[in-house]
Design a protein around this ligand. Sequence first.
Ligand code: SAJ
Length: 435
Amino acid sequence: MKLRGKQVSPLLETNSRFSICVIGLGYIGLPTAAILASKGHNVAGMDVIPQVLDDIRKQGATPEEPGLAQLVLGELESGRFTLSDKPEAADVFIICLPTPILPNKKADMSYVEKGVRSILPLLQKGNMVILESTVPPRTTSDLVAGLVKEIGLDPENDVDLAFAPERVIPGDILLELSTLDRVIGGLTPKAASRAKELYSCFVTGEIVITDSTTAEFVKLVENSYRDVNIAFANELAQLSYDFGIDVRDAIQIANRHPRVNILQPGPGVGGHYIAVDPYFIIDGAPETARMLALARIVNTEMPGLVVKILSDMLGGLQGKNIAILGLAYKADVGDCRESPALEIMKILESGGAKCKVHDPYVKNAGFELYELAEAMEDADAVLVTTGHSDFKNINGAEMLEKAKGNSILDTRRVLDRDSWAKAGWDFRYLGDGRS
Ligand code: SAJ
């Protein structure tokens, strides 16, 4: 079995070292490729974007993922992991391509379709094709199997098709990739157990096998469950103003019950996962997925509520300067896809306010970001939209000297209210209906 010489064994063998081609070197493809290489497999990592390959060659990976850059650079050095701008013949193809959401809230399957099409000329009997991208239910059985049929192969008998979703949390990917339990769905039971055999080389958690459609559904359900739970917390935050209570206290006390586990409210749900995945179910069964649709509505309305509270504090937005602390969708990462802060900025600006955003984690926002002191200069109000740990050290008294006004709304409860209030700030936490 040789990868680079294009001599590939027709059938996978138990306990073999496989040649593997990983299509798409994003936040899941790259660590998966590097881990598989570290277990002795020959891995070709493929990406169509030259910049992605250049960055990997130069720095391995983003420093936000502990240990990843070192692992990637080490495996490249060893020669077990190579980079390429096109797919290479292999025993196993793993597809880790994005499935963005279209404006009509349907999954954009074009990257996955193109990725699968790109391996078709290389596909041989006995190969395994594993999809890791988050996809609508029945993608493996309809889209992937359908494409395999186009080249005259039988998707059930000639090749093994499986779906193996990742479920790691950004910021702790390397650890979770190995330790979390994993679900793997096969188009056939044989495909599922073969994929399980491969993933067993690095997954120490339990690997549960099922059919491909169930596995696709499970992946979406996990994130939808979290979206519904956060929507519940966000609704409680809204109710805190009706009943004059602090939602944080209420949730903390309720969560002492052994069978209650409510998440935390915030300015909305961002990121490319929880804010997106429920739509893949809703789109397939809009009449039935009512609770999922309602949770999306509640969470999507949060930016508007945040702006309304701030506007009430300021007596209107027209001509006001707002210092926004945090653009990333969640604490301690630099990713701002679907971030509620972006929507909040849009609403503030449409109300006549001017925003200056400070986020030490975000490298490229597509617009000007400010140092903390610059963002605070002449600010009428401060709005905290991301709970970065660095923000905990900001000194309220020093900030008051730079700002013009003294209003602050912390939607993440990251700042210490007592010390800021003592320094002279009119300090509110989102969901504290007592203030
Ligand atoms: N959020 C809240 N309140 C909370 C928790 C989160 O408002 O109590 C917000 C965050 O601020 C953020 C959003 O929700 O804007 C999503 O953040 P997250 O940390 O909950 O999750 P993601 O989107 O970074 O990653 C999720 C994870 N899924 C689950 O926990 C079920 C992760 O394990 C998945 O691998 C990932 O989606 C994915 O790839 O699908």
